[in-house]
Unconditional design. Sequence first.
Length: 278
Amino acid sequence: MQVVSISSLKGGVGKTSVTLGLASAALAAGIPTLVIDLDPHADATTGLGVHPSGQLDIGRMIKGSRKADLAANVVPSGWLAAHKHDGAPLPVLDVAMGSAFSGIYDRPDLGRRDLRRLATILANADRDGKAPYQLVLIDCPPSLNGLTRMAWTASSRVLLVAEPGLFSVAGTQRTLRAIELFRTEFAPALVPAGIVANRVRSGSNEHTYRLGEMKTMFGELLLSPTIPEQANWQQIQGAAHPIHQWPGDSARNSSALFDKLLDSVLTQGATRSRLHRG
């Protein structure tokens, strides 16, 4: 089970959009996937078309982490209704719902025991080595408070999302330093899965300059492909629809980019994890 946190210490860079794009690519590839919506705003939960029927949200599962039953409280994504499966069994795309309740843990003073709450929930779901998912995507809040650190404790990799702008690039540098410090103290196996440049405008001189700067600063950590700005992304998310099932050339092109990005995250991240262990 590969657990990847999607993080940015700067809001507004499209972190949740990247999470949803990767979830759509995983669904199209038939990879059994769980999305954990750890952001108290719960935008990923909304975008995944979740319709709960009494399940606990992730905040309440975290509160009772030792006894939390993940399998009983995840909700299938509403995207499955739009998935073309031609009579084959539906793939798995489950959601651990976000809610404002989880915000009680989004504070800077969590101790080691609290930081392990999410890891405990996932470990209980992976008893006897029979993990129900191949991939877990954690949509983190745009901060370095308790929830993000809880996600990093449960993860093997962190995917950073950045726009090619001055403040976002600087924020990515700070996040990389934070990961290194956190790894030293709390999570020795944690490594960056890479950095995805999101909302890239091809006609922008500023974006072209910043992308060059990012390549120089981050080297192979900057993943390919970059994700361009898409005019109808808000419409797709508002409809709670997977981008792989949205009509039109623009969505089709973006879907192909997310397929490649998912492959980069899984393969390059796995390589970095092996090198770190070595």
